[in-house]
Design a binder for this molecule. Sequence first.
Ligand code: SF4
Length: 367
Amino acid sequence: MRGLYIHIPFCVSKCFYCDFYSVSEKLGLMDEYIDVLLAEADSCRGMDFSTLYLGGGTPSILGAERLEKLVIGLRRRFDLHDLQESTIEVNPESAGIDLLATAYRLGIGRVSIGIQSLNDGELKKSGRAHNRRQALETIDSALSSGYRNISADIMIGLPGQTAQSLGETLSVLTGAGINHVSAYCLSVEEGTAFYRCPPPDLPGEDEQASLFEYAVDILKTHGFVHYEISNLARPGSECLHNLNYWRGGEYLGLGPAAASHISGTRFRNSPNLERYLVDPLSDREGEEHLEDASKAGEEAMLRLRLVQEGLDMQKMNNKYGRNAIEGVEARPNKLVGRRSLAREGDVFRLQPAYVLISNSVFIDVIG
Ligand code: SF4
């Protein structure tokens, strides 16, 4: 299975916690950007993909016309006949009915909405460009455009967020037709507005952990399954594109800051829009070819993110062979002794108490 990721690096404004690669002052470059991105796509014409994901940034900022040009251009260059899933990320301030109806008509059957919260105070303090009314209107527009596969991004640990406000956000969303939630914990990263000026009412680490557990409990009560550390879905609505990442599959990323992993080689486009527009193929960084043992180690770490499915050593053995996975099996075995992982037959799973501190476990797994 192979996924195609398209990065749209434009946003209306910069959210105060955001450290993704996106720009908000160069929106006049969007037309040129589509042309250059399709030129990058020309360099790998003919490849086939099982999933398509338009992410960002804010893909909905493109508007219906540019979106159509982009999707038709991708269809001309790649074999997308057997797509199992296509997703577009949208933000409420730029996802009108026109954009959503066009996306649906173009065959993009899954929409992921950057809602983050339905509390106007939390949204404003975080520098989000939308409010509660716009978020709810976006869900309505998605439904009336035909979407039945709708995901919402939720942020845990926003300034001023409480269990009550989070509970209200989630119960409204679960009743509004959402079948997938990505719940990310806010972390204050260097270079962000929150790093320069941390808000006084940011929930502390323990408070954030309780909010996360609370969110998971509420969603489970509404029939969602916690299938990946930060992702919950109604059964059968898991994100196939992201499952492919976590199962060690191949993917091609187009656009600045997009990463690729094809035939054992990994590389990433530099996060620099200006240089990308001059020549999209000349600014790649970090190209490396992974040997089977390192690839297996990385895949083991990724698979442990799948808290239900876990890391199945039989599948790893079938894929990489006994020699490559010897070290990979020994390290998780040690962690079973330390109780951060559990083993059932051939399958290792992350223990619930370690979900929020999984990075420390993964460092030990990768060795
Ligand atoms: S909309 Fe998303 S990508 Fe854009 S600035 Fe906000 S968090 Fe970052």
